[in-house]
Design a protein around this ligand. Structure first.
Ligand code: AMP
Ligand code: TRP
Length: 326
């Protein structure tokens, strides 16, 4: 069995892009692997957070993991800050990373915009991520393509350490999600659907009700041609809606194009509303069931205990190899 690790930040607005691009695949992986799924709250404080909101979002995301099908008996589900070894290993890795390689990270460049007052944590963010991964002797990291640079950095650091102190880390592989799983914004289909976009109608959040889903889809940007055809370049709006339709229904895009031949966008969108509402209903229902029940804190406590047991073992080996402690 392979050890799988992935993390999601506890920010609000988890949307169908996150679901199709990440959660759905996390669920599929848990049957054949030993999966460790983490809500990375320490990563989210690299930018200012309201404390009450952060706590609420952490529990929401944990409940979303469970509502989408992560079984805390099969997988380890936990909150990053509950296992202090993440921060401990991050420090050791920081001492084995170069400022040059960190300054080349595009996410840092985007988020800091060259500002002198960017938090140092934003700069070292990828090292905390490397610590998350290496702490669990991870074989495989399922993530979006946007994380490729961070995964490569993690591998570089691990290989660098192993060259000096052999056998310290397991070298992980990234498992990148297919382009087809990339969901674009509903109002500006040349941009990725995102948690932070101003316009609420640019995304469908996993917990949106039927009215919001309907409004967002019916108003989604299309084009003036009027044929339901997949063509990312010329028809990014309809292509995105086809991607979503196909992902939720399991029907190939080619088949959908045939089905809607000679029919307008209105009809296609109406059907997509139904498909989406049906796909999200059980998730929303399960979420409401879990979110305020004792099941949630119990699962997270059990998850943190299991994670800690692995993390402590790894740290013992790592510290021993580095000559740290007595
Ligand atoms: P985030 O915390 O928003 O960076 O995303 C968490 C996970 O969802 C990552 O693995 C992302 O690659 C994936 N993800 C985020 N946005 C999208 C999107 N629009 N389409 C597909 N996957 C996405
Ligand atoms: N940086 C990742 C993101 O923004 C989240 C993350 C943190 C992560 N630690 C991780 C992903 C470890 C995979 C493995 O999506």
């Amino acid at each position: 069995m392979k050890r799988v690790f992935s993390g999601v930040q506890p920010t609000g607005n988890i949307h169908i892009g996150n679901y199709l691009g990440a959660f759905k695949q996390f669920v599929e992986l848990q049957n054949e692997n030993e999966c460790v799924y983490c809500i990375v709250d320490m990563h989210s404080i690299t930018v200012p957070q309201d404390p009450a909101e952060l706590k609420n979002n952490t529990l929401n995301v944990a409940a979303i993991y469970m509502a989408t099908g992560i079984d805390p008996k099969k997988s380890i589900l936990f909150v990053q800050s509950e296992v202090k070894e993440h921060a401990e290993l991050a420090w050791i890795l920081m001492c084995n990373s170069y400022t040059g390689e960190l300054s080349r990270m595009t996410q840092f460049k985007d988020k800091s915009k060259g500002s002198e007052s960017a938090p140092a944590g934003l700069f070292t963010y990828p090292i905390l991520m490397a610590a998350d991964i290496l702490l669990y002797d991870t074989d495989m990291v399922p993530v979006g393509n946007d994380q490729k640079q961070h995964i490569e950095l993690c591998r570089d650091i691990a290989i660098r350490v192993n060259n000096k102190l052999s056998g310290t880390f397991v070298i992980p592989d990234g498992r990148y999600l297919k382009e087809g799983a990339r969901v674009m914004s509903l109002d500006e289909p040349d941009k990725k659907m995102s948690k932070s976009a101003e316009n609420e109608l640019s995304r469908i959040s996993l917990l949106d009700d039927e009215n919001k889903i309907k409004k967002a889809i019916m108003r989604a940007t299309t084009d003036s041609e009027g044929t339901v055809r997949f063509d990312i370049k010329e028809k990014p709006g309809i292509s995105n809606l086809l991607t979503i339709y196909s992902a939720f229904s399991g029907v190939p895009i080619k088949t959908l194009e045939k089905k809607y031949e000679g029919r307008g966008y209105g009809e296609f969108k109406k059907d997509l509303v139904e498909i989406t509402v049906d796909a999200l209903r059980p998730i929303r229902e399960r979420f409401n069931e879990i979110r305020n029940s004792q099941e949630l804190p119990d699962a997270l406590e059990e998850g943190a205990d299991k994670a800690r047991a692995i993390a402590e073992k790894t740290m013992k080996r790592v510290k021993g190899n580095f000559g740290l402690g007595v």
